[in-house]
Design a protein around this ligand. Structure first.
Ligand code: IPM
Ligand code: MG
Length: 403
């Protein structure tokens, strides 16, 4: 029965295995991380994307330009606009990222990227892969790092989401074996687990964090998640000063909204899809996905983005100028820290907390009854420039603690 279909599926599977084994050989080379301090010039690509993307990217660019003004004037940093990563161009070229755009991206060291629309096949659009997923894979951006902080609730989480494997590795290469049988694949490699788990532990050590929480569903998904968990336990032995606990994803989603437990979590590390889901939940606790930034980091490239989509509805309803730019500005703060401008990153982070959580003098609602993203960014720029920013921030924190 179905001999031909099964043979075709086997051949497809063989090709997949070959490609994955080859990818492992690449990871084994174990490249070391680029040192930005050693570069004569750092090129930061700015990609607008689709929908609200160009609107919020323009605001994030203003913030970077202000904080890096001296470096830009001295020619040590260049902010370079990259055109063409639009849904129209991608459909015209039938490519997840058109070749000419890839060429430009390769010339940059880091990229700040607005959200890009993923074509929806059910809406009659062609089957093109998500630009994010493609870029993460093409540049091997294996660590998706997503902070969520709510000082008021004593929440300070750092999520390390594996970014190139799991269900995403072959998301566009599943098999319809017969009209009735669909099979997708989940890929987990020892090397892939090691590098993300090590990144989480290194972050914890560097930032004085005492706990790393591993999230899987290893009780059911035994082979792939089982590998992730056992690699984590192995690596944890190298960090005896850090507690390593493990949770299953289902109960983890519950614990994030459990006030008696959630502030205990500090650094969390998990396979790709669980990280996708859990970080949306976490961002909602912080005020919505519009408030969360994200770093996609590899050894040679890094890309910084919002965790939300392009919100075409906001554009269609004429509300793009009211879209919250915080997510991408926060991604900008992560970019600054990544390329070695820790002080500037800290200032921006403090300004974001003051403007969005403490002082809230200018408020965005996503609609005409709230501020425009330009006015909100003006507010952030004024705050970032305050000579007594550090004391002001401390003042707000003290006030919170005394409540
Ligand atoms: C994210 C997004 C992407 C993902 C989409 C746009 C493909 O949800 O960055 O979390 O699933 O990774
Ligand atoms: Mg997501």
């Amino acid at each position: 029965m179905y001999r031909q279909e099964i043979e075709a599926a086997k051949a497809h599977f063989a090709r997949i295995l070959e490609a994955q084994l080859q990818r492992i050989e690449g990871m084994k080379q174990n490249e070391s991380f680029i040192d930005y301090q050693k570069l004569d010039k750092i090129v930061i690509g700015i990609v607008g994307g689709d929908g609200i993307g160009p609107y919020i990217a323009a605001q994030a660019e203003r913030v970077l330009a202000a904080l890096l003004a001296d470096q830009i004037n001295a020619g040590r940093i260049e902010l370079r606009t990259i055109e063409g990563l639009t849904i129209e161009n991608r459909i015209a070229k039938m490519q997840a990222i058109p070749d000419e755009v890839m060429g430009e991206l390769r010339q940059c060291h880091v990229v700040l990227k607005g959200p890009t629309t993923t074509p929806d096949q059910s809406a009659g659009m062609p089957n093109i892969e998500s630009a994010n997923v493609y870029m993460r894979r093409a540049f091997d951006l294996f660590a998706n790092i997503r902070p969520v902080r709510v000082p008021e609730l004593n929440i300070d989480w750092m999520f390390f989401r594996e970014n190139t494997e799991g269900e995403y590795a072959l998301g566009s290469q599943g098999l319809s074996v017969t009209p009735d049988l669909a099979v997708d694949f989940k890929v987990t490699t020892t090397q892939g687990c090691r590098r993300i788990i090590r990144a989480a532990f290194e972050y914890a050590r560097l930032h004085g964090k005492k706990r790393v929480t591993v999230v899987t569903k290893a009780n059911v998904i035994k082979t792939t998640d089982g590998k992730f968990l056992s690699v984590a336990k192995e690596i944890a032995k190298e960090y005896p000063d850090i507690v390593c606990d493990d949770w299953y994803i289902d109960i983890m989603t519950a614990k994030l909204i459990d006030p008696s437990r959630r502030s205990e979590f500090q650094v969390l590390v998990m396979p790709n899809l669980y990280g996708d889901i859990l970080t949306d939940e976490a961002a909602q606790i912080q005020g919505g996905v519009g408030t969360a930034g994200s770093a996609n980091v590899g050894t040679r490239y890094a890309m910084f983005e919002a965790i939300h989509g392009s919100a075409p509805r906001m554009v269609a309803e004429g509300r793009a100028v009211y879209a919250d730019p915080s997510s991408l500005i926060k991604a900008g703060a992560m970019l600054l820290e990544h390329i070695g401008f820790r002080q500037e990153a800290d200032r921006l982070q403090m300004a974001l907390d003051i403007c969005s959580q403490f002082e809230r003098k200018v408020v965005l609602t996503g609609r005409g009854d709230g501020a425009t993203n330009e006015a909100y960014t003006d507010y952030i720029l004024e705050t970032v420039a305050l000579p007594n920013l550090g004391e002001r921030y401390q003042g707000f924190l003290d006030q919170l603690r005394s409540q």
